[in-house]
Design a protein around this ligand. Sequence first.
Ligand SMILES: [Zn+2]
Length: 297
Amino acid sequence: MTIVIALLSLGGAARAQEVTLAAVGDVLLARYVGVTIRKHGADYPLAKVAPTLKKNDLVLFNLECPLSKRGVPTHFKYLFRANPALAKSLRAGGLNVASVANNHTMDYGRTALLDTISALKKAGITPVGAGPNSAAAIRPVVVRVKGLKVGFLAYTDVDNFGVSPRKDRPTTAHVREATLAKEIRAAKRKSDVLVVSFHWGNEYWRKPSERQKRLAKIALAGGADLILGHHPHVLQPAMKHGGKIVVYSMGGFVWDAVRPDRTRSNIYVFRLGKNRAELKEVIPVRIVRCQPRLVGL
Ligand SMILES: [Zn+2]
């Protein structure tokens, strides 16, 4: 079964037929970002970029923390959790598609993961890459925008500490190399254009690993039209392979980064059509006190 969600078109008559997707990197609402939210308010993280993000039909991001008041810590290292009410602020800031397949959304266990999914849905954000069992987690989400069926899959290639994957329990979607191509082909059959998000690679590496390249190759061969990566928290290159774009890492976005290479980020804007995702614009961003800001403004 595929979930088809009709989104209201946000564009005016002049660009009625163009479907755009903006994509950004890691969004964290805990740790020092949580401190800045308590100080400056829930809309602070996206305040400077919201007008730019909102120009697009779809805006995808990687949510790197559970949104829940429940659960128990699954480990004791870099443990993240944030208030579910913040989902509304993410939506108000322009974000509407969340990759939740990463190594932190299960920091407070399976109940908190389910809370995250429902908080996002309630706020009008489409979660991708998690569900009440592993079959649901790898199921594509198809969003219909101006008549175009945009399919999304999201996987993590990095395990959450302290959580053993269980097929029959709430989980994030894990990459399984043996079945990846088959899953992608099945998703492509249900979509006009297929976007695959991967949480992969090595933290702070500026170049993709051999494994990232191998997974990208499998996904592209399976029919992915666009691959969007995250987890290294720094930018890695956007490359074209056989006419399709792979952004290996989009860097941090709402993140408590301080070092100069970790505060650089981008908003990637794509024009989507049947079997195609063209890069329209790369908008450079600098993270200042956890808040992404457009460079030069
Ligand atoms: Zn990560």
